[in-house]
Ligand binder design. Structure first.
Ligand code: ADP
Ligand code: MG
Length: 730
């Protein structure tokens, strides 16, 4: 009997080699395999008769191979297959498909799926490039033939994404998953408390697993395709529920932990006001109050500050820092890039140093001597505000008295990374990362530092609340006054002379400009060369009379620093850069940005980049230059950019275009990675899961027994451990 936790290679038919291929799909256990859901279903119970097909429909057709062959046109070889049902015939075509040449034998039964089209010349119906599956005679499987056939025709059939470059096909998955279900233990623990199950009318795990792969004949085909059958809902809810349970538990634990109750008396209030270089917006005032209220609580703060690019998060971070410093604590401010850390360092010095606060910068690229010295300052408590990159975490910097950790632009860090990070600065006690002695409370116990995360990724509020279930949320929904909307245009790069003329006009009017090049990881070297080459062209010819600088990630830190500083001071008029300037860079006099190969950038990235301009009162312009072919999605991104400056609108579209995984940066292991759930499609279930998770942890009570809670928690831990490995939910 297989358990859900059994490693997948113990399923009959899967050896070590196939297990390896499955591992690339994240399938390690039987449970993973069974949660590998069909991405669509084919109705082979009621397949379409060829005679009744209509042009334009997606159809499943089951027929007999009549004949097939390759013919060559001037452009390419085309493979043609004719299938028949009695007297009706249907033609299928594949381009460039020499590999299909010896694949079909007359008389074979075949299932086809694709879009029916009308041939423009003959008027006959045909399917171009259909997906297909030969039915019931796979070589070497003769004994299984009958069962195999029964899995493939005369029913609703699950279609899976193949894996390992086609090594494991949809058909293979179908059989192996069937096998796993057949051998699955009848006793699967039900870990969702019964009150929750009843409220959501959830079916049992076993029933869900069976029916999601092998739907019964009466099942609504539409519900299946949209993942809305009871079986789907059970599995999706289950996944979301245990994720939310983990986040909720985390949140509750924090509320019981001892934190620092910062005092906010008149003296501190004065100090906060004194540094302000401008009048805060109403939103800034409100958000600061939320943060200050939180910091006064005797429990650790875990707060997310969300605000579009340019909404003025930095000053709020500084104000929160002052609260901590005035209470005698140290503050760490972490940025995702060195450039941004540098910039924060400069503005912190500009804004805070006069008031007597001592600020240090600690980044990975500092010389060893200097680093040692800085670390000593921190350890001795001389430094009030420590600004750095996440090297701050990795290098086990010891703080004398850590009070507040601020993480800027956290979308670069990712949700799960954040959990790790908080663990370091928090749960392990301050011993490992933040050093000791940690802040002492009046009772002498170790106190957790507060954490404020600042992000420019606007996420619809409900989604944010649910996804960042472990954080409280503040939203900065107002831009500082006097901003004029950025004007964005999209042009082909053969128009570049006009664009450069325009850049020149801006510079002559006393402003500055960015010219941005994409550097994409896979092809970094050659892209980088392109940026450097373009820099030569711009600085040597087109803008030979102007001061042009170059900034990219490979420059050594001193040089980067120098270039950035020159641009900030206006000593450079044009800055040619890669996306290193994407995050946070703030030079209000820069009013112009040209983004080359804009079609290659992601939407969020374009928005972030554009956020570098439009920061002052003068009108700003963003030119998206495109070169070469633009994909459909690429065009949508460009259109969105020219249409709107609204970060929320852009975020929503980005989420839809890229899907949640990319959006939240799974690439950095930053996202709670969902196997069956999709946070866009399943937003409502996500809400329900959050709600129910909170209800469960509020127990035990007449609805939910202590035993049910502990069973749910055991399951939750197993899942978190399995999915996120090191990230631990205590
Ligand atoms: P972000 O939220 O993107 O981090 P910043 O904190 O860098 O934004 O602020 C963007 C710019 O707006 C900075 O130049 C900052 O000094 C300025 N700024 C912030 N708040 C205000 C305000 N209330 N009034 C005027 N300017 C402001
Ligand atoms: Mg910022």
């Amino acid at each position: 009997m297989l358990e859900l936790t059994t490693p997948v290679q113990y399923v009959k038919g899967i050896g070590p080699r196939l297990a390896e291929i499955l591992a690339t799909k994240g399938i390690a256990t039987v449970g993973d395999l069974l949660n590998y859901l069909p991405f669509r279903y084919e109705d082979r119970l009621n397949p379409r008769g060829i005679a009744e097909l209509r042009a334009g429909e997606m159809a499943t057709v089951i027929g007999e191979v009549r004949n097939s062959g390759l013919f060559r046109t001037r452009k390419m070889p085309i493979f043609q297959l004719t299938v028949g049902q009695g007297r009706s015939k249907l033609r299928c075509l594949w381009f460039n498909a020499t590999y299909l040449q010896d694949k079909f034998k007359p008389g074979q039964l075949i299932a086809l799926y694709g879009k029916v089209e009308q041939d423009s010349r003959s008027g006959e119906l045909q399917i171009m490039q259909p997906q297909f599956e030969m039915l019931g005679d796979a070589a070497g499987e003769a004994a299984d033939e009958k069962t195999a056939a029964s899995l493939e025709v005369g029913r609703i059939v699950p279609i899976y994404e193949s894996a390992g470059q086609g090594h494991v096909s949809a058909r293979w998955f179908r059989r192996i998953i069937r096998k796993a279900l057949d051998d699955l233990t009848p006793e699967i623990t039900e870990s969702i408390p019964s009150a929750v199950r009843e409220r959501l009318a959830l079916v049992s795990p076993r029933e869900a697993l069976w029916k999601v792969h092998w739907p019964e004949a009466g099942e609504s085909f539409e519900d299946l395709q949209s993942s809305r059958t009871p079986a789907h809902i059970r599995l999706i809810f289950e996944e979301l529920f245990f994720t939310e349970l983990g986040l909720e538990l985390k949140r509750r634990q924090l509320k019981t932990e001892t934190g620092i109750a910062f005092r906010l008396d008149d003296r501190v209030r004065q100090a906060i006001k004194k540094i302000l270089p401008f009048h805060p917006t109403a939103a800034q005032k409100r958000v600061l109050k939320e943060i200050a209220d939180d910091m006064q609580q005797p429990h650790p703060m875990r707060r997310l500050l969300q605000g579009d690019v340019g909404s003025g998060k930095t000053i709020i971070g500084f104000q929160a820092a002052i609260i901590a410093i005035e209470n005698g604590y140290q503050v760490a401010l972490m940025a995702p890039t060195e450039i941004l850390a540098q910039q924060h360092y400069f503005s912190a010095r500009r804004i805070l140093e006069n008031a007597g606060y001592r600020i240090v910068l600690l980044t990975g690229s500092l010389e060893a001597d200097r680093k040692r010295e800085v670390r000593r300052h921190i350890a001795q408590g001389n430094a009030h505000l420590v600004i750095g990159t996440h090297a701050l975490l990795e290098e086990k910097v010891e703080f004398a008295k850590p009070g507040l950790v601020i993480v800027d632009e956290q979308h670069r860090f990712g949700v799960m990374q954040r959990l790790k990070l908080m663990k370091k600065s928090g749960d392990e006690g301050s011993a490992a990362a933040t050093g000791r002695p940690a802040g002492q409370t009046s009772t002498g116990a170790l106190a957790e530092p507060d954490v404020l995360v600042m992000t420019a990724t606007p996420i619809p509020r409900t989604l944010a609340l649910t996804l960042y279930g472990d954080l409280d949320l503040s939203v900065l929904d107002e831009l500082p006054p006097g901003r004029t909307p950025i004007i964005t245009r999209c042009v082909a790069d053969d128009q570049s002379p006009k664009v450069w003329d325009f850049v020149r006009k801006q510079v002559e009017a006393g402003h500055q400009a960015y010219v941005v090049y994409p550097v994409i990881a896979e092809n970094e070297e050659s892209e980088l060369k392109a940026a450097i080459k373009m820099y030569r062209e711009l600085s040597g010819k087109i803008f030979a009379d102007l001061k042009v600088g170059l900034l990219h990630g490979r420059l050594d830190a001193d040089l980067k620093d120098q270039v950035m500083r020159m641009f900030q001071k206006g000593e450079l008029q044009i800055l040619v850069a890669t996306t290193v300037i994407e995050v946070g860079v703030d030079v209000p006099n820069a009013t112009m940005m040209v983004i080359e190969h804009a079609e290659r950038f992601g939407l969020a990235q374009l928005h972030q980049l554009r956020g570098r301009i439009g920061r002052g009162a003068a009108k700003s312009y963003c030119v998206l230059m495109t070169g070469g072919k633009i994909s459909e999605d690429g065009q949508k991104r460009l259109d969105a950019m020219t249409r709107t400056n609204d970060g929320f609108e852009i975020a929503q579209l980005d989420l839809e275009l890229r899907g949640p995984g990319e959006f939240f940066g799974t690439r950095q292991a930053g996202l709670p990675s969902f196997r069956v759930a999709n946070i866009i499609r399943d937003a409502q279930l996500l809400e329900a899961a959050k709600h129910e998770a909170a209800a469960v942890l509020a127990g035990p009570n007449s609805e939910i027994s202590a035993e049910e809670i502990s069973r749910a928690l055991v399951q939750m831990r197993t899942r978190w451990q399995h999915t996120y490995g090191l990230v631990e939910v205590a």
